[in-house]
Design a protein around this ligand. Structure first.
Ligand code: PSU
Ligand code: MN
Length: 305
């Protein structure tokens, strides 16, 4: 594992660091916009006074914090071969083969915790797929968070998933869910998924206090989700959303898409069918999450004794 010097220095000095995932860059956002957006997300973290640590596997090495060249490789901008989507179980394989891999929420959380980074920002968490009763398709994001000391700042989970089942699984797995200025679990492109959550927090300092209490009480080994709804101005039109979702689910089924290809397929479908409206929403919410994560990391770092 190679921790970028800027990230290592910040961690050693107890200055704020925010981990960022790379699957969103390689598989969640269309090329060539993805590289520019990846930089925008890092800039948002810096603007809030924290150091960004985008995580990926490059030439077999797990990297915590990417330089510009590595970021371009993960974005597929150098044309130097394919980038694998890498969950926790794949990390060692891609590393041993010397490959290039983009890390999911699960593997990013794992590597972030290993590097001592407590706060992580992304767009949407993986979860239980709608047809899970038949396919058993549940993202390893959930089980990984049940044993990884990381706060994940996200805009909820996408409506392509079974949101209610995902919330139930998070409860079973001891993963806390906090709503940022809301008591409704957000629905990624939409502010409200239709599901309530138990705890509302109103400031980054409140969130940092929960992290400190977790550390003190020994529940810090479990992940925590900070659900930050997309801004009202950036929300997708609900009718457009519902139409696209139904069409996308039908298309995925007709095409026989399975396993780890399901999420990228549906994301791409949304971006194409909404003529970029879902992409604009996606970028807005990720940048907002990066900012909020940086603010939380700053308060958490400041509370170090
Ligand atoms: N949700 C999104 N955008 C994404 C993903 C999820 O809105 O890019 C990615 C994340 O990396 C997440 C992964 O960890 O998909 C989940 O994939 P799976 O369902 O195959 O575990
Ligand atoms: Mn899956």
């Amino acid at each position: 594992m190679l921790v970028h010097p800027e990230v290592a220095e910040a961690l050693a000095a107890h200055r704020p660091v925010v981990a960022l995932e790379s699957t969103i860059i390689s598989h969640g956002l269309p090329r060539p916009d993805n590289l520019r957006i990846a930089r925008e997300i890092e800039d948002a973290v810096r603007q809030e006074g924290a150091v960004p640590a985008t995580i990926a596997i490059v030439d077999g090495q797990a990297r915590i914090g990417l330089d510009d060249d590595a970021l371009a490789r993960v974005a597929g901008a150098t044309g130097a071969g394919e980038v694998d989507k890498v969950s926790v179980r794949d990390v060692a394989v891609v590393a041993a083969r010397g490959g290039v891999g983009a890390t999911t929420v699960a593997s990013t959380a794992h590597l972030a915790a290993r590097a001592g980074i407590r706060v992580f920002a992304t767009g949407g968490l993986g979860g239980v797929h709608r047809e899970a009763r038949d396919t058993w398709d549940e993202s390893a994001d959930l089980t990984t968070l049940s044993r990884t000391a990381v706060l994940v700042v996200c805009a909820g989970v996408k409506s392509i998933l079974d949101v209610g089942a995902t919330l139930e699984r998070l409860e079973t797995l001891n993963v806390g869910v906090l709503g940022y200025r809301t008591e409704r679990f957000p629905g990624f492109y939409l502010r409200d998924s239709g599901h309530p959550i138990g705890w509302q927090v109103d400031t980054p300092a409140d969130v940092a206090a929960v992290l400190r209490a977790q550390d003190d009480l020994g529940t810090g080994g479990y992940g925590l989700v900070l659900a930050n709804p997309i801004a009202a101005a950036d929300e997708l039109d609900r009718d457009l959303h519902d139409r696209t979702l139904n069409a996308g689910l039908a298309a995925a089924q007709a095409a026989g898409v399975r396993g780890k290809d399901v999420t990228p397929f549906l994301l791409e479908f949304f971006h194409r069918e909404t003529h970029g409206a879902s992409l604009a929403a996606n970028v807005a919410l990720v940048v907002a999450n990066a900012r909020l994560a940086a603010a939380v990391a700053s308060h958490y770092a400041a509370s170090h004794d």
